[in-house]
Design a protein around this ligand. Sequence first.
Ligand SMILES: Nc1ncnc2c1ncn2[C@@H]1O[C@H](COP(=O)(O)OP(=O)(O)OP(=O)(O)O)[C@@H](O)[C@H]1O
Ligand SMILES: [Mg+2]
Length: 465
Amino acid sequence: MTAPVRVLVVDDKENILKLFEKILSEGYAVTTASDGARALSLLATGEFDVVVTDIRMPGAGGFEVLDAVKARSPSTEVVMMTGYATVGDAVRAMKLGAYDYLEKPFDPDAAALTVARAAERRRLRDEAASLRRELQGIHAFHNLVGKSGRMRDVYRLLEQAAGLDITVLLGGETGTGKELAARAIHHHSSRRERRFVAVNCGALPPDLVESELFGHARGAFTGASTARSGLFEEAEGGTIFLDEIGELPLPTQVKLNRVLQEREIRRVGDSAASKVDVRVVAATHRDLRAEVRAGRFREDLFYRLNVFPVRLPPLRERAEDVPLLAAHFLAKHARAMRREITGFDPEALRLLACSTWPGNVRELENAVERAVAIASGPVLLPRDLPVELSSAASVLPPGPVLAALPYREVLEQAQDRVSREYLVALLSEFQGNVTRAAARAGVERESLHRLLKRHGLRSDDFKPG
Ligand SMILES: Nc1ncnc2c1ncn2[C@@H]1O[C@H](COP(=O)(O)OP(=O)(O)OP(=O)(O)O)[C@@H](O)[C@H]1O
Ligand SMILES: [Mg+2]
């Protein structure tokens, strides 16, 4: 059971108060006040989600009520009623922060709908505020965001590893945050004042990888006109992050194993060894045990690296982190692009939460960043998100949400989603060619255009290239 929506109705006409008590019977707790002064004293002591107030009343009027609400509880939504339908009053009320206004005489159903919308807006605002609070709270570790049990376990391990000054091996699919985790370890360790050197082992050409890592002597190979230090030496006293360690060529694996064992390096073409004091954090998206079995990874190096393994879980196994991450990326990119975007439409959030995210957090971040760039209003809508999300999401909301809806609304929602999914499939199949898509669907071209527009789809988005 969700808590009832608390509504305060203020009017000097008894029949209006009765009317709201009648139309807001289910799911609402209605309090009434027959004048502005009484409303002000109720506001001073009670909490309301929505306040519906007449503008013209003897004594304290609707604007005073509005002021009092916004001063005390800014997220409470206010609906104004006006008997004289002066547009000026309505505009002024909206400017002062009212959510909407009702012109007397009004249709009871329309009034109930306005109050329901105001209550929904209040709920979404509260939700956004609590997400922001969570972000500022304990649901993050260094730059990693997430509050799931899985991520809390990860934070605990990273913190332990940071304090121990041992070799750490980070595993996890692409985009799960391995690099962020490596930086978090460095920044929580006693080496934080020294350098963090990141090396992508997969991106170094095989014939240069050794001289990059360990440096080279003058004349060690053609082109080596001067002696050069390697990345291990540059990280002296700090941390070296060996990313994509599974891509290291076998001969280099042998050398690296010796460096880790002896804690000293030899520059390529140099016989003298020098001591290094560097903590190694390695990462790979591969299953290194399988690589060992396949003969592509040295077993001795594997055991030397696997001292303290930490696995970053895929996003689909911690869906509860999706809203938090989405809010985090929304804030980050809205700030960077200087766009006033405050949140997600509930359906957009549902699509994000339903997706399986094969590219994990990176993919989610890209989707949100793109949505922030193309959004036309203050909230991100389903149409701002990649089309694949809608086609992959289930047609129906989860059971408890479903059961709370009227039958007709469920049918409409389901039809809407099936229809959207169908259109996405159709347009993808015909690569955005509306004429051919309409012929296949058995509808007029114009109808198809109308349908696409209604769903916020653009045929151009399905054209190749
Ligand atoms: N828990 C998280 N909180 C906030 N941002 C995250 C999180 N995990 C990943 N990211 C972001 O997602 C992107 C990918 O993260 P990162 O580069 O650390 O992943 P990775 O595991 O190293 O991926 P790959 O294996 O593809 O290199 C980055 O932009 C990073 O900032
Ligand atoms: Mg990476």
